[in-house]
Design a protein around this ligand. Structure first.
Ligand code: PLP
Length: 369
């Protein structure tokens, strides 16, 4: 039988599903045949089992502790990925409402969210980054949101373009701020009290595919109509403690292990400094060779998680990717919709992996530029 070892692992810059901490993978391996004391694998256990409920509540508590989430919020674990949230948000908060929802259109994922919202009601584009080719983000004052808007929606980190909000966009008091934080969830501390809904699929920065964490202010739970399909109604999930139907037990377990790992690393403030250091290694190369590595994001909205750039032509790009792969630096090709290079450097990407990529970037530019 082929064995699987840590030595076989490359530096994996995949945008998602993405790198996980080795210690989390080892723990999963060690507990796979039998969860200690449970007599069976977690994969074989009822979601009503007391042991699984401890895991579910541990994962919720892990998120609550890392993000200092107050009792005014529910922490739900749902399926359907972030894509289902693109629909669940307007289905619950826009359908049948007299007010319009406002969207900040900052890249590919917010665009897809708008495409779903317009099916449910009036969804306005309050700001559109088109003129910069989605390399820039709005400043306060660049857009207007009515005081009675249904909600203001934005994506904190556009995974494909590599642009990230440095802090929450301006939003009138009383208008729920809704955020797709899929690709920068847990990369830095957040003031959850500023949000109505904050959600993230796990497979970028928080765990494996299969679960989406939804942090929702409790007063919003009463808004959705009773006529909705049951799964789409947030209230049902809150009342059933995320067990309205069988939840993705394995993904929740793994997400819980990631929250434990984050606490061992010193929490989200420590993660933020590490992420700043890591991303700076790459942005420094881009700034050192600006003609050769053409960064996509404007300097003031560069992402800590997804570093995007192009080389002068396709041949050089292909050669760069081949050289990277020879050095076990893998999955660096940009999203098919925008091309170029994308280095996704989530929490679990070791600093040594980013340093190795930066070294390659410097060597390659010195030889080819
Ligand atoms: C990956 C991603 C999504 C889509 O997530 P799914 O779980 O595949 O639905 C949505 N938004 C952002 C910002 C993403 O990075």
């Amino acid at each position: 039988m082929a064995t699987s070892t840590v030595e076989q692992r490359v530096y994996n810059f995949s945008a998602g599903p993405a790198v996980l901490p080795v210690s989390v993978l080892e723990r999963i391996r060690d507990e796979m045949l039998c969860l200690p004391g449970a007599g069976c694998s977690l994969l074989e256990m009822s979601h009503r089992d007391k042991r699984f409920l401890e895991i579910l509540h541990g994962a919720q508590a892990g998120l609550r502790e890392l993000l200092s989430i107050s009792d005014d919020y529910e922490v739900l674990f749902l399926q359907g990925g972030s894509r289902l949230q693109f629909s669940m948000i307007p289905v619950n908060f826009l359908r049948g409402s007299d007010a319009a929802a406002e969207y900040l259109l900052t890249g590919s994922w917010s665009k897809k969210a708008i495409d779903e919202a317009v099916k449910e009601g009036a969804a306005n584009v309050a700001w559109d980054g088109k003129s910069s080719n989605y390399a820039a983000l709005p400043q306060g004052g660049d857009y207007r949101v009515a005081d009675d808007a249904a909600y203001l929606y934005y994506c904190s980190n556009e995974t494909i373009q590599g642009v990230q909000f440095a802090s929450e966009p301006d939003c009138p008091a009383g208008v729920p701020l809704v955020c797709d934080a899929s690709s920068d969830f847990l990369c830095r501390p957040l003031d959850v009290a500023k949000y109505g809904v904050l959600y993230a699929c796990a497979q970028k920065n928080a765990g494996p595919a299969g679960v989406t964490a939804v942090i929702i202010r409790k007063d919003l739970l009463s808004r959705g109509s009773d006529d909705l399909p049951g799964y789409l109604q947030y209230r049902n999930h809150a009342e059933a403690d995320s067990e309205w139907n069988t939840p993705p037990t394995f993904a929740i377990y793994a997400l819980g292990l990631v929250t434990e790992w984050l606490k061992e690393q010193g929490g989200l403030a420590a993660m933020e400094s590490l992420n700043r250091r890591k991303s700076q290694l790459l942005y420094d190369c881009i700034d050192q060779f600006p003609e050769f590595y053409q960064g996509h994001a404007q300097a003031d909205c560069r992402s800590l998680m997804n570093v995007t750039f192009r080389l002068p032509n396709d041949d050089l790009q292909a050669e760069f990717l081949a050289r990277a792969a020879d050095n076990e630096l893998c999955n660096l090709k940009g999203h098919r919709s925008v091309g170029g290079i994308r280095a996704s450097i989530y929490n679990a990407m070791p600093e040594a992996g980013v340093a190795a990529l930066a070294e390659l970037m410097r060597d390659f530019a010195n030889q080819r530029a």
